[in-house]
Write a protein that binds this ligand. Structure first.
Ligand SMILES: Cc1cc2nc3c(=O)[nH]c(=O)nc-3n(C[C@H](O)[C@H](O)[C@H](O)COP(=O)(O)O)c2cc1C
Length: 176
C-alpha cells in the first residue's frame, strides 16, 4: 500500500485505450468494500463509459473537469443524505479507495469536485450532473473520479518534501 501511495498523483491526461472489463469489475468490487459510518452504505456509484456522456460531464464546471472527456471511465459518487449524516465522509472514502485501486491496476485518476461547485451563475455543478444522468433529487452528488491509462508522467513526491510539521505526538505542538 505505501508503494501505491508513493506513486499516486492526480492524472488528468489519458491514453486512448480502453479499460479492460476485468479491471472495471475490480473497481466495482473495491468501492463496494468501502467502510461507511454505521455500515449504512449511503453511497450510489454511476459508472460512465459512454464517450458522449463523459463529454457532457466534462462540462460540469468551468474549471477542473474538462479532462474527463478524454478519460475512459468516470465514476460519479453520489450519497443519500437522508440515510446518513456521514454521506460526505462515506463518499470521500469510496472516492479515494477507487483512486488507489485504479493506481494499483496501472490506471491514473483524478477527483473532480462536484458538491458545492458551480456549473454557471444559475446552476450548480450538482444540478447539471443530475440532469445529464437523470439522478433523482434526493441523491446528492459528491464527486466524479475520472479514470484512464495515464498519458502523463508526474514526479513522485519525495519523502523529505512531505509536511512532517503537520504531525504532533501526544498533544498539539508536541514533537518527537
Ligand atoms: C476533495 C478534492 C477535490 C478535488 N477537486 C478537483 C477538481 O475539481 N479538479 C481537479 O482537476 N482536481 C481536483 N482535485 C485534485 C487535487 O487538485 C490534487 O489531489 C492536489 O492538487 C494534489 O495533487 P496530487 O493528487 O497529484 O498529489 C481534488 C482533490 C480532492 C481531494
Amino acid at each position: 500500500m505505501i508503494e501505491i501511495l508513493r506513486e499516486r498523483r492526480s492524472i488528468r491526461k489519458y491514453k486512448d485505450k480502453e479499460i479492460e472489463p476485468d479491471k472495471i469489475e475490480i473497481l466495482k468490487e473495491a468501492v463496494l468494500r468501502s467502510p461507511s459510518s454505521r455500515g449504512i452504505n449511503p453511497w450510489v456509484f454511476i459508472f460512465v463509459d459512454d464517450r458522449e456522456l463523459l463529454h457532457k460531464l466534462s462540462l460540469a464546471k468551468e474549471h477542473g473537469s474538462s479532462f474527463l472527456k478524454d478519460a475512459r471511465l468516470g465514476v460519479v459518487v453520489c450519497g443519500e443524505e437522508k440515510k446518513s449524516d456521514c454521506w460526505i465522509e462515506d463518499g470521500s472514502i469510496a472516492s479515494i479507495i477507487l483512486q488507489l485501486t485504479a493506481q494499483s491496476l496501472g490506471l491514473g485518476s483524478c477527483w473532480i469536485q462536484i458538491r458545492n461547485r458551480k456549473h454557471s451563475e444559475k446552476k450548480s455543478a450538482e444540478e447539471y450532473v443530475r440532469e445529464v444522468l437523470k439522478i433523482p433529487e434526493d441523491l446528492r452528488v459528491l464527486s466524479i473520479i475520472s479514470i484512464g491509462y495515464p498519458d502523463e508522467k508526474k514526479r513522485k513526491i519525495k519523502k523529505e518534501d512531505l509536511m512532517y510539521e503537520k504531525i504532533y505526538f501526544n498533544g498539539f505542538g508536541e514533537r518527537r
